[in-house]
Design a protein around this ligand. Structure first.
Ligand SMILES: [Zn+2]
Length: 398
């Protein structure tokens, strides 16, 4: 297959482009065989991306908003509502909504997805067995990873933490926690690091998801990575409170994060919807310091988080939509220069075999967007796409 006259955004190029900006790409079987500058450099027919990578989702809770109701921006009300709803979760209902999420992501061009799974007690949740079955069924289409999502305070109970970490290890997952202004935060986080080190697990936190400047979980995590010489991947989602802190303090934390090799994930839809006032216009907004992180070589990922549940009652698994909101939310311009946020950066955070840079020999897992230039990237027409997986065009089934 030959794909002609396509822009390949700079952060996705794994080849020397010289001055060229428009390329012809030849596929051979399931690989990219060759990339050469197009004869005409002025007229592109579209934009070529590597298949998208979803760094942070919750496929156990999505599509429940009609039953639980939207919590209209109150994070802790949403947690409470989901808690009540969770008591009625069965393998059957979980499978239906988890599959729906995967089909949506697949059609949108997603090649890998990491979901958090609510895990509030020592015993593994019903969603884990469903996830493990789906991980097998979807192998070769979407590479699936999971993170246990446990309130940090649960780890104060040594036996509970041990049970969770042991089960996460058995099921090939990543250890996680919800961290927000907990009492004894450093000690409890230390326990999570102990467990990760004993069981050989990566870490993925929901951290500082609020507009309270006093929330400094991210800094504690970065300090622990360094103090422990922790070598496995550490992902930190949200980090909203960074935006509320003095620039000097926030920059110091980001310097610690960069030194510790932490991956930051921003969640535009849920962060904007959950953070900020609801009785007046919300100023300030929920956001993390994406530019200041990038200035330290720490390229944040953008991810979807909640879809149609108590936390965020709208949305879909189209990462290009999330990206478009991220561009507006954080002034990620020119937009083409930030497309690594849904491709290369999350691929690194998730430790995928392919980093998502397009080059001869890389997998022919690609998304061909209609956008012929930078300015069409975030509009609905420019987002129209052809998904190519293993060198074949994916037919739309919906
Ligand atoms: Zn989340």
């Amino acid at each position: 297959m030959k794909l002609e006259a396509l822009r390949i955004p700079a952060p996705l190029r794994g080849f020397a482009a010289g001055d060229a900006r428009v390329f012809d790409v030849t596929l051979d079987g399931d690989k990219v065989a060759a990339i050469v500058p197009s004869a005409s450099q002025t007229q592109a027919r579209g934009t070529l991306l590597s298949a998208l990578v979803e760094a942070h989702a919750h496929i156990d809770k999505n599509y429940t908003v009609q039953e639980v109701g939207a919590a209209q921006g109150n994070l802790f009300a949403a947690i409470e509502r989901m808690e009540k709803h969770r008591a009625g979760w069965t393998g059957e209902t979980l499978r239906l909504r988890m599959e729906r999420a995967l089909h949506d992501a697949w059609q949108s061009g997603t090649r890998a997805l990491r979901t958090h799974i609510d895990w509030v007690q020592p015993e593994p949740p019903a969603a884990l067995a469903v996830f493990e079955a789906l991980r097998e069924e979807w192998r070769g289409r979407i590479e699936l990873q999971f993170v246990s999502l446990t309130p940090l305070d649960v780890f104060a109970d040594l036996a509970a933490g041990e049970r969770i970490a042991g089960e996460v290890k058995r099921a090939g997952g990543v250890l996680g926690a919800f961290v927000y202004r907990n009492e004894g935060i450093v000690h409890k986080l230390g326990r999570v690091f102990d467990l990760a080190q004993q069981h050989g697990l990566g870490l993925d936190f929901h951290v500082d998801e609020g507009l309270d400047a006093e929330a400094t979980g991210l800094r504690s995590i970065a300090q622990l990575v360094r103090a422990r010489d922790f070598k496995r991947s550490v992902v930190c989602g949200h980090c909203c409170s960074l935006a509320m802190q003095d620039a000097a303090v926030a920059n110091e934390t980001l310097a610690l994060c960069a030194g510790a090799g932490i991956h930051i994930v921003a969640l535009p839809t849920t962060n904007l919807y959950l953070q900020g006032a609801w009785d007046r216009t919300p100023v300030p907004r929920g956001i993390t310091r994406i530019h200041e992180a990038a200035a330290r070589g720490l390229r944040a990922s953008l991810a979807t988080d909640n879809v149609q549940d108590a936390f965020y009652p709208y949305g879909s698994y189209d990462l290009l939509e999330t990206f478009g909101l991220g561009v507006q939310m954080a002034h990620l311009a020119p937009a083409g220069d930030w497309l690594d946020a849904i491709t290369v950066s999350p691929a690194k955070a998730l430790g995928l075999a392919w980093d998502g840079r397009i080059a001869p020999g890389c997998p022919a897992d690609l998304v061909l967007l209609a956008a012929t230039d930078e300015h069409e990237l975030v509009g609905p027409r420019g987002r129209e796409r052809t998904v190519i997986r293993a060198g074949r065009i994916l037919e739309k089934t919906q």
